[in-house]
Design a binder for this molecule. Structure first.
Ligand code: N01
Length: 538
């Protein structure tokens, strides 16, 4: 180690919720010199890129925001329970303005690589704009779902119409009026987009590979009295979120669904269904994620709802999920999703019964030997989740080792926040942290606070580097896998299990802490309190 002075104390990659908070915290709390690089032309991250019709948050807005700006929690008025993308982006722009964040952000700039310089204990960071800068700490705030998955459909380049991926939708939107439109995919994104597109399109055809269990969002205006009560109790709300299981004001029903009477079970299911949002998923009976019989009862309720909503029994049957347990794929929240399939102008092409997509043709899509003609194709095919955005940074740690090499069989991290062999790299909501299994702002804030305290401690101790030990990391990986193997989650071909990308090694990407995000926070704090147990400080 030498005393080489870096250009920056920290480089942060990404200017979404995570990057904005990291900058605010490192610069304004610790007084560090920070540079944020962002590929987009402004802040927002997920909410900058995902401009598809119907895009809105699935968390209630009062908990989908920064909690560190206490006056803003009181001042900001959300227009509805789950605001749309433009409103969330407006909020993030406002935060950037209010805290003068943009002066330390460089937009339209993608980080293309970074190497750890073992001699000087620095990261050298390169961008597509030709910058090469050095920084003591490298903070990946790249998001969990930011690397677009566009499957390699044969013939896409021959298509004569227009096509879009939902995560790269054009500013100003797309006019579907009078058009023949295809949507490929039926995940949480498609479930939001399909009812909106169907209102405009002359004909909408949905290509479904796996049917999804959807629960109504129940969006709408929030009663002003409820909003006032929440504002009066924000300190309590923040406390509860931080100690909660998933970063929501939800707790499991502390009973087995198999023990209660049919009447009680149905009453509880109705209550959760009527509440809307994630209640049915994250505040259900406690054995739902663990016991197939318990899970079947929950799934059966949702299947009955589909049969009741969809007029054509053959279409309803296609829309009924099969082959995986309820809740083991991300719960989509819907507004008129199943109702949309009652429209004469909407057609469902189901891979299992009608045949899967074979190729894209000049005119449209060929599936199951049949040709469908379109003016516009919308790919709602998701992301190379969690590891994808980190691998895209082309990081080289000790000895020039890449994340691709290190993660050849799936992610290996310590606490989901650091990687052995990559000193002074922090991954906000990285693989093997609760991240996508929580209300993201809660997990982002927890990581940013922990990283800030960690960097402060390192500097105060006169050290310059922190690195996870391989032993601590492998224990963490084993723990993450052991916990998930006790649940029904590994049985689904979900993006949680890396199953959506051909060739991606099958591995569970987030961390399902047995004591929830509250327990995970305690674990991280204990590690810090024990002198950063499992890390080497040098
Ligand atoms: O992506 P997905 P998404 N041929 O991967 C199908 C978050 N989110 O963008 O299920 C044919 O879930 C694929 O089929 P299958 C949320 O965490 C948040 O919808 O893999 N089809 C699936 O139906 C969510 O989970 C909000 O068999 C193919 C779909 O495309 C995450 O983003 C809102 C295919 C992809 O679904 C990702 O959701 C929306 C192929 N080759 C989303 N490849 C908020 O509220 C894939 N598919 C904040």
């Amino acid at each position: 180690m030498t005393d080489a002075t870096p250009d920056f104390d920290a480089v942060v990659v990404g200017a979404g919720f995570a990057g904005m908070h990291a900058l605010k915290s490192l610069r304004d709390t610790l007084g560090l010199k920070v540079r944020v690089y962002e590929a987009g032309d402004s802040v927002g991250g997920t909410w900058y890129w995902n401009r598809y019709p119907g895009a809105r948050c699935d968390s209630d807005a009062y908990i989908y925001c920064f909690t560190w700006d206490k006056p803003l929690l009181q001042e900001w008025e959300w227009s509805e329970r789950y605001p749309e993308q433009p409103e969330i982006l407006r909020y993030l722009e406002h935060v950037a303005e209010r805290h003068d964040l943009k002066r330390d952000m460089q937009f339209n700039t993608r980080v293309t690589g970074a190497e750890f310089d073992e001699t000087n204990t620095l990261w050298t960071v390169h961008t597509d704009k030709g910058d090469t800068v050095t920084a003591r700490f490298l903070i990946a705030a790249v998001g969990s779902l930011s690397t677009t998955n566009l499957p390699r459909f044969k013939g896409l380049e021959t298509f004569k119409g227009r096509w879009y991926h939902t995560s790269r939708f054009p500013r100003g939107g797309v006019d579907f009026t009078g058009k023949r439109v295809a949507v490929v995919g039926t995940g949480a994104t498609a479930v939001q987009a399909i009812p909106e597109i169907a209102q405009q399109a002359k004909q909408l055809t949905v290509f479904q590979r796996t049917a999804n269990y959807c629960v109504p969002a129940r969006n709408g205006k929030v009663d002003p009295e409820v909003t006032a009560a929440r504002k009066a109790d924000y300190a309590g709300i923040i406390d509860r979120l931080r100690g909660s299981f998933f970063g929501f004001e939800h707790s499991f029903i502390p009973k087995s669904v198999l023990e209660v009477s049919d009447e009680e079970r149905e009453r509880e299911f109705d209550r959760m269904w009527d509440t809307g949002g994630f209640a049915f998923w994250l505040a259900n009976y406690q054995d739902m994620f663990f016991d197939q019989k318990a899970n079947d009862l929950c799934a059966d309720y949702l299947k009955r709802k589909i049969r009741k909503t969809v007029n054509d029994p053959a279409v309803a049957e296609k829309l009924i999920p099969k082959g995986y347990a309820y809740g083991t794929k991300r719960q989509p929240l819907d507004t008129n999703y199943f109702e949309t399939f009652n429209k004469d102008t909407v057609l469902l092409v189901d891979a299992a019964t009608d045949g899967s997509i074979e190729e894209i043709t000049e005119q449209g899509i060929r599936a199951g030997g049949k040709d469908y003609a379109f003016d516009i194709i919308v790919f709602a095919t998701g992301f190379d989740a969690m590891t994808g955005p980190l691998k895209a940074l082309n990081l080289k740690g000790r000895g020039g080792r890449t994340l691709d090499q290190q993660w050849a069989d799936g992610p290996h991290s310590y606490l989901g926040i650091s990687v052995a062999g990559f000193p002074n790299l922090f991954t906000i909501t990285g693989p093997q942290s609760p991240s996508v299994l929580s209300n993201m702002p809660v997990s982002i804030e927890q990581h940013v606070e922990w990283i800030t305290n960690c960097i402060d401690a390192i500097r105060k101790s006169g050290k310059t580097s922190i690195e996870a030990t391989p032993e601590a990391q492998e224990q963490w990986v084993a723990h993450v896998n052991e916990v998930v193997n006790g649940t029904l989650m590994p049985g689904a071909n979900s993006w949680y299990m890396s199953a959506n990308i051909p060739g991606k090694p099958r591995a569970f990407l987030p961390y399902l802490c047995p004591e929830g995000v509250g327990g995970y926070r305690r674990k991280c704090d204990e590690v810090a309190a024990h002198g950063y147990e499992g890390f080497v400080l040098a």
